[in-house]
Design a binder for this molecule. Structure first.
Ligand code: C5P
Length: 223
């Protein structure tokens, strides 16, 4: 069938990445983690001594790093100026600074451009996951999904990924996650939002397999 474009948006800890990768792998499509691109930009900024609390400093350098994403859902990659960034973009320092960097309009312009060209050149279609894919980046996507989950479920999942097990560690993870989502949802430039024509799936009481099956069924209707 035609190259179907699938947009999957939602806050952190809803299972967006695992779900999107699995859907793409099952359907033989490409996969793009747009959060990884904002993290890569943030890693480059902090690594180059840019004061990320100064939007004009960030804006002035937003075109400098060469951010390249590999779109195989079984082995996604990301490089910055040729260096593998997949490990460094997951550090707590990058996580703490990414909302500030991604709120800068020039950063969004650069990264949105990358996202549109990657999506346009995916021969078998693509699953793109992020915060503003259905609303801003690919408003004509064939399938739009908005994933949600309770704050408790999201904190528990994120804590599991980070290996945080004590009650205090889970509470701290929940606090950081709520703050990041609030920043992402209230910024001026392309905030986290559900597109009017997106299908919302509350994953709180669903297994990963159930969410994947639902989305695969919606995509298959379009192919
Ligand atoms: O998905 P992930 O948690 O890796 O995203 C990291 C951050 O990147 C988000 O908190 C948000 O600030 C930013 N982001 C964004 N727009 C997207 C994807 C991610 O602003 N489409």
């Amino acid at each position: 069938g035609p190259a179907v474009i699938v947009a999957i948006d939602g806050p952190s800890g809803t299972g967006k990445s695992s779900t999107s990768r699995a859907v793409a792998a099952r359907l033989g499509m490409s996969f793009l983690d747009t959060g990884a691109q904002y993290r890569a930009m943030t890693w480059w900024m902090t690594g180059n001594g840019v004061d990320v609390s100064d939007p004009s400093a960030v804006a002035a350098l937003a075109r400098k790093p060469a951010i390249v994403s590999g779109t195989d859902p079984k082995a996604p990659t990301i490089t910055v100026d040729g260096a593998d960034a997949s490990g460094p973009i997951r550090t707590p320092e990058v996580t703490a600074n990414v909302s500030a960097v991604s709120a800068v309009p020039e950063v969004r312009e650069v990264i949105t451009g990358l996202q549109r060209s990657i999506a346009a050149s995916a021969p078998h279609g693509i699953v793109v996951e992020g915060r503003d894919i259905g609303t801003t980046v690919l408003p004509d996507a064939d399938v739009k999904i908005f994933l949600t989950a309770s704050a408790e479920a999201r904190a528990a999942r994120r804590s599991g990924e980070l290996g945080a097990t004590t009650g205090a560690a889970v509470a701290a993870t929940k606090e950081a996650l709520i703050q990041r989502d609030a920043a992402d949802s209230t910024r001026k430039a392309s905030p986290l939002a559900k597109a009017a024509d997106a299908t919302e799936i509350d994953t709180t009481d669903l297994t990963l397999a159930q969410v994947i099956d639902r989305i695969v069924a919606l995509v298959e209707e379009k192919r």
